[in-house]
Design a binder for this molecule. Sequence first.
Ligand SMILES: Nc1ncnc2c1ncn2[C@@H]1O[C@H](COP(=O)(O)OP(=O)(O)OP(=O)(O)O)[C@@H](O)[C@H]1O
Ligand SMILES: [Mg+2]
Length: 717
Amino acid sequence: MSELLAGLNNEQLRAVTWPAKSALVLAGAGSGKTRVLTTRIAWLIATGQVNPSGILAVTFTNKAAREMHTRLGAMVPVNVRTMWIGTFHGLCNRFLRAHYRDAGLPQAFQILDSADQQAAIKRLLKSLELSDEKYPPRAVQSFINGNKEAGLRADRLPPALNPYEAKLVELYAAYDAQCRREGVVDFAELLLRSYELLQANAALRAHYQGRFRHILVDEFQDTNRLQYAWLKLLSGEHNVLFAVGDDDQSIYAFRGAEVGNMRALLSDFQVAEPVRLEQNYRSVGTILNAANALIERNDGRLGKNLWTDAGEGEQIRLYEAYSDGDEAQFIIDEVKNLQREGMNLSDMAILYRSNAQSRVLEHVLVNAQLPYRIYGGLRFFERQEVKHALAYLRLVSNPDDDNALLRVINVPARGIGARTVENLQAISREQGVTLWQACCAAGGGRTAAKLGEFVLLIEALRNKSSAMTLAETVSLIIDHSGLRAMYEQDKKEGEERLANLDELVSAAAGFFPDQPELAIVEFLSAASLEAGEHQAEAGEDALQLMTVHAAKGLEFDAVFVSGLEEGLFPHENSMNDSKGLEEERRLMYVAVTRARKRLYLSCAQSRMLHGQSRYPIRSRFVEEIPAELVRVLSATVKPVPQASPRRAPWLEEASAPASTMSLQGFRIGQGVSHAKFGAGVVINAEGSGNDVRLQINFAEHGLKWLDLRYAKLTAEQ
Ligand SMILES: Nc1ncnc2c1ncn2[C@@H]1O[C@H](COP(=O)(O)OP(=O)(O)OP(=O)(O)O)[C@@H](O)[C@H]1O
Ligand SMILES: [Mg+2]
């Protein structure tokens, strides 16, 4: 026992050994909240206060859940599988699988991830003959999910304000009906369905309230209304809700998270005072000071102090690159230096605000031959080839899954064209049958023969797979569906896609279902639920790349926060309102506090994003960090109104200036003007022909590199 509690500070100890009543631990980044939560579970079990089956713990990612399992396994000698530890979605999935009948679901119900859901909505719009320009599927999707997360079904919504909204409500109802017909549920539905079932079924509710004596929630600041209501319902009158969180790290308000749940918990669960942890064990002083200085600018915080006894550590490094490519190169060079100094690649992370930023980084990483893994982005289970294979697997499990059928009916191409598919959809609509049933009933003719072959293929896969293991089934599907042959012919990307398909077989081989007869179903739901986390798992030492959102709760020795530019971070959508900006600042706080020892900040003076080039200015968040904490690495100079035409000494290492002849009419030393940056002087150049970049010293905006293909520059004569 004493071993379990060894090393905890007094406040942590108080939280871990809190009596059997509800509590809120409110504390800043790196103060040990997650550690306290895990240790409390171990302590409750070790002291015999609860059986493992009496524990329900909610984590923010599946990865965090697995880590908690592993830690607990090492701390207390119990079968950790009997504990319910997982994300809200994972736990609701487990609950609905156990009670599918009461929930009105087929036993093999499938989970739609966000992309599947969008496809389902597109299909619905088409069947109702509504244009997706007028009703963008994304907008319909967020309308549906927003309402589900608020606990509202279509028939319980307040009267629509206008005909457009009325149509959205209709679409919501029609979408739910379509999902019911096809036996599928989306992410938000997992929660809402569980909540409704618990609420409607008193016996079930009593059972679970009796079972889960201790409910523990990590990252509580990011729970939404429905999740909070679900927790409240499960905890009943007597059970204990132990929540840990940090209002300064609430970064999902855009998805309905309510930091107000923290205040609600205090009153709903009669918690007199939150427990506060103030010592940070993660970061050196400089990093912590920077984080504190940043977050102090937000209003309405619950207020916290954080200190560390880890010493000041090194200064934060700031690099201002002239382009995104240069930024990426700088980062990768630093990564290599750190690696040479003995740091593992897996202890370093590159963080960015938007997934699109990873492309340039990946490009440089591939050239440098550094192994890396991306969390999020194009996720393993979202890759085209993997989704194709999973669609076949879905059909093997349930041929009435229309989404899956549409995805692969003509992949690989087997002569079933768009017209045929439209006919099938019309039959399905008119006769109220699934597409599979429509396929099976197709009459004579050439097209029907093609459909017949497809039906035979799926049936053969179903028959053969019934006596096979999961991995064998996946392998069979890849070979017999024609996917393997198709990718073998693809000279460009085939090799990588085949490797991913093989990886899928390995994933299936390493999957241990709770109920072997439901292996396929369980594997498919795990694939939907774990999208985005698989890649960053096992394997060789690799650099970690992810969005700041995905980095929540994690820590690394060295962290690179890239793209610190106005419009990118803070994101342009957030810049016009103070709430949005404060959420961005919390996001920056999360980014900075991921670092243990070394923190790099970087930005670029020009960036290609979504096919457009931009010339951004440095993020305000960089300016908000006290200057004495930062060491500037790039050659930044103050603007000089009358720049000398000679090459400046700090540019000695830059590439040699192109000859004045090839600069598309510009020359070094020439006065120029730019629509956004105003007047300046050309001081350096690189490239030739059409691909020329000029470095210009603008009187008001300082040094910039501009690409002449995109920049509109006028020469002063
Ligand atoms: N008492 C302690 N002694 C030594 N190390 C500790 C102690 N408490 C926590 N740590 C370590 O500090 C680091 C941060 O802890 P943890 O991840 O639990 O913080 P957190 O509050 O959950 O952070 P975040 O807000 O980012 O999720 C971890 O490496 C953890 O093992
Ligand atoms: Mg944590």
